[in-house]
Design a protein. Structure first.
Length: 122
């Protein structure tokens, strides 16, 4: 099955919709971590779409959109531009931002962020 690539305009519409739903504290965090949407590689996965849309960087983690599963994910990276581990969460962006805000405030995640099946990339 071929997945049509998500356009940057479609991604930006999703980001705008999420921004309308987050709190002012979450907005300040989002302003610190967001990056211009950029395609990052994910090993063998995502090649048909040209990689995955990265939209934020939080320390050694990248916030990215999985077009195959239609959801946002947070994964570690060791090389900027390459996602180390792929996840198949189907989370909305505002949920991931809220989760990161709780992590910043409380020092620990409320629930495991990477709940989907892992696809480790080396």
């Amino acid at each position: 099955m071929t997945i049509p690539p998500l356009s940057e305009a479609e991604l930006n519409a999703m980001i705008t919709a999420a921004e309308a739903q987050i709190t002012s504290k979450e907005q300040r965090l989002w302003e610190l971590i967001k990056i211009p949407p950029t395609r990052w590689s994910g090993g063998d996965y995502g090649r048909e779409t040209g990689g995955f849309w990265a939209v934020g960087v939080f320390g050694d983690q990248v916030l990215w959109y999985n077009e195959i599963e239609e959801g946002f994910n947070l994964s570690r990276f060791t090389l900027y531009g390459k996602i180390d581990e792929l996840w198949c969460n189907e989370d909305d962006l505002n949920w991931v931002i809220a989760h990161l805000m709780r992590f910043v405030e409380e020092g620990k995640p409320e629930t495991p962020l990477n709940r989907g099946r892992a696809r480790g990339i080396t």
